[in-house]
Design a protein around this ligand. Structure first.
Ligand code: MRU
Length: 350
């Protein structure tokens, strides 16, 4: 296993240390690289809710760590009491953010393990060990995905990305940005165009920070400059992450992804999605997926500065859905799903 510390980004978004959860406080970036530590699962739930930690795989692992803290916090003397404490914590963690399926995935993995244990001590140990294992596996998965994805990119490509699907959205290395890292490491020269990603600006605050931190050539554009950049031939390919991918190949990701994909189609630019199998939801249909609606103040201002009149009505969905016909391929740790996506995805789960 490759040590995450030696992977290219030195940013470790979330980790377990001395029975505490340590996270980069992403609300402070890019101005301050600050770490916060939690020993109460309620604080982890709050960190997910308030975007201290964000990005689907990072949320999945944080949820698992949250349950590990809940196990440590529990005074239960019997297996049943411990399981009921964990179930209560699971509900609180699960209700923080509805769209990224990875949160459910991480919580379910831990609950399954907890149910197998026989004694209170055994359950506590296995819950902690499993959550640490999920974190380590996330980095390995991203690196494997990166290797597969790097084959799609050529020397001198300029790659557009939206939101932040990087080290900061995972435990380390990243999904879409992991593919970009692996492409660069394979010896190809590449440039990145990052969209600002209003309203919370994961592109300018996080992707621009992360790529600059790691010495990758990145230019920032306003979201409104996507069409301009593509029409001027400035973009060769697009790669983004995902919060949830359905068996049909519909991709839920940061608001604005659908616009980028539509523009890419219009200009004949390949549009790729990079996501681990833990981001796939093989059960639900598009209409079943809850799109998180966030507070109006994200749209009525930038940071602390108000940019809209008091009392204005706001619509603020955090995610949108890109249909399969706009997607050229989905990069996973098992390989690349090519159209027809439904058939290719099915093979990954057989
Ligand atoms: O609201 P966020 O910042 O959690 O949204 C993140 C995204 O939409 C990412 O693109 C997605 O989670 C993939 S991260 C590898």
């Amino acid at each position: 296993m490759q040590d995450p510390e030696t992977t290219h980004s030195s940013l470790k978004t979330v980790e377990w240390k001395d029975n505490k959860v340590i996270m980069i406080d992403q609300t402070k970036l890019p101005n301050k690289l600050e770490y916060v530590e939690f020993s109460d699962y309620n604080d982890v739930a709050n960190a997910i809710r308030t975007l201290i930690v964000r990005g689907a795989p990072a949320i999945g692992v944080s949820g698992a760590f949250g349950l590990a803290l809940a196990a440590l916090q529990s005074n239960a003397k019997t297996k049943n009491d411990l399981l009921s404490d964990l179930e209560k914590a699971r509900t609180i963690l699960f209700e923080t953010r509805p769209t990224a399926i990875n949160l459910k995935w991480g919580l379910d993995k831990i609950m399954q393990i907890a149910k197998i244990g026989e004694t209170v001590d055994q359950i506590k140990d296995s819950v902690i060990e499993t959550s640490k294992k999920l974190a380590d596996e996330d980095v390995q998965t991203n690196m494997t995905m990166g290797k597969h994805g790097s084959e799609l990119f050529e020397n001198n490509d300029t790659i557009m990305t939206h939101c932040n699907a990087g080290a900061l959205a995972t435990v380390a290395y990243g999904t879409a940005l992991g593919v970009i890292r692996a492409t660069k490491d394979s010896g190809k020269s590449i440039k990145v165009i990052a969209t600002e990603t209003r309203p919370v600006q994961q592109g300018s605050r996080l992707t621009a920070f992360e790529l600059k931190h790691d010495g990758i050539d990145v230019s920032l554009i306003a979201d409104t400059a996507v069409g301009y950049s593509m029409s001027k031939g400035l973009v060769d390919k697009v790669v983004v992450g995902a919060d949830r991918i359905l068996r049909t190949g519909h991709v839920f990701n940061k608001i604005g992804t659908y616009q980028v994909a539509t523009m890419a189609k219009k200009h004949g630019i390949p549009f790729y999605v990079a996501a681990p199998l833990s981001s796939f939801d093989m059960k639900n249909n598009p209409e079943d997926v809850v799109i998180e609606q966030r507070k109006a103040s994200e749209v009525t201002g930038i940071g602390d500065r108000r940019t809209a009149p008091e009392g204005i009505n706001v619509i603020n969905p955090a995610f949108d859905m890109t249909p399969p016909e706009l997607i050229s391929g989905i990069i996973t740790e098992k390989g690349i799903a090519k159209p027809p996506l439904e058939e290719s995805i099915k093979k990954f789960f057989q």
